[in-house]
Write a protein that binds this ligand. Structure first.
Ligand SMILES: *[C@@H]1O[C@H](CO)[C@@H](O)[C@H](O)[C@H]1NC(C)=O
Ligand SMILES: *[C@@H]1O[C@H](CO)[C@@H](O)[C@H](O)[C@H]1NC(C)=O
Length: 191
């Protein structure tokens, strides 16, 4: 962008002020006082839970909605497959332990070299004061690596303006059924 002379900028600013004063109903963007909106000190929170990807049985919470052709390039890594999930998040590894939320979204097998997922999901929490608040994660998950990391890109409710990351470790993975139990440690900055 070309730089405008300072004088022109000053005049533009005055015109803008006059315009906005003239039609206060039609202000598109404006500055706000962060403190007045409850945004004071940022805090760092840690959440740990287990994510259950249940693809087998009568009540799967992870269903394949796109099945790539068997002979497609990279088919050994499942490249091209897409699953929609509504997976349980529990406080302990056991599925019978307390439900603290659900992971809703999808993952796509997006690597031709290894089993590598693109994951896009919301953690919809049910626990205590976090009930109704969400954290949004979008990232890359090469599932056979010992530790994977994905960015927290935002959130809602108590997690407005959230940013951070999630660390994933496989607790159990059943090659036969495809069911997976993954430990998530989520570190998130929020107000
Ligand atoms: C895969 O198989 C289908 C059906 O046999 C065929 O039409 C297609 O050309 C094949 N694609 C590749 C990449 O080999
Ligand atoms: C979470 O909130 C919903 C809706 O307000 C409510 O029905 C439910 O009982 C709450 N769950 C817990 C565990 O507090």
């Amino acid at each position: 962008m070309k730089m405008l002379p300072t004088a022109t900028l000053a005049v533009s600013a005055v015109v803008l002020v006059l315009l906005s004063a003239a039609s206060s109903e039609e202000i598109f963007g404006r500055r706000l006082d962060a403190k007045a909106h409850g945004l004071r000190k940022q805090r760092l929170s840690h959440f740990r839970f287990y994510w259950h990807d249940i693809a087998s049985g009568k009540n799967p919470t992870s269903i394949t909605v796109v099945q790539p052709p068997l002979n497609a390039t990279g088919s050994s890594t499942g490249f091209g497959m897409v699953n929609i999930i509504d997976n349980a998040l529990t406080i302990a590894p056991e599925m019978s332990s307390r439900l603290v939320g659900r992971a809703q979204g999808f993952y796509a097998l997006a690597s031709q070299e290894e089993v590598g997922l693109l994951m896009v999901m919301n953690f919809a929490f049910l626990e205590g004061k976090y009930n109704g608040s969400t954290i949004t994660v979008m990232g890359r998950n090469p599932v056979f690596h010992k530790v994977r990391e994905m960015p927290v890109v935002g959130g809602s409710g108590l997690f407005r303006f959230a940013h951070g990351y999630a660390e994933l470790r496989t607790h159990t993975f059943d090659l036969k059924t495809g069911d997976a139990n993954i430990e998530y440690n989520v570190f998130v900055m929020h107000y």
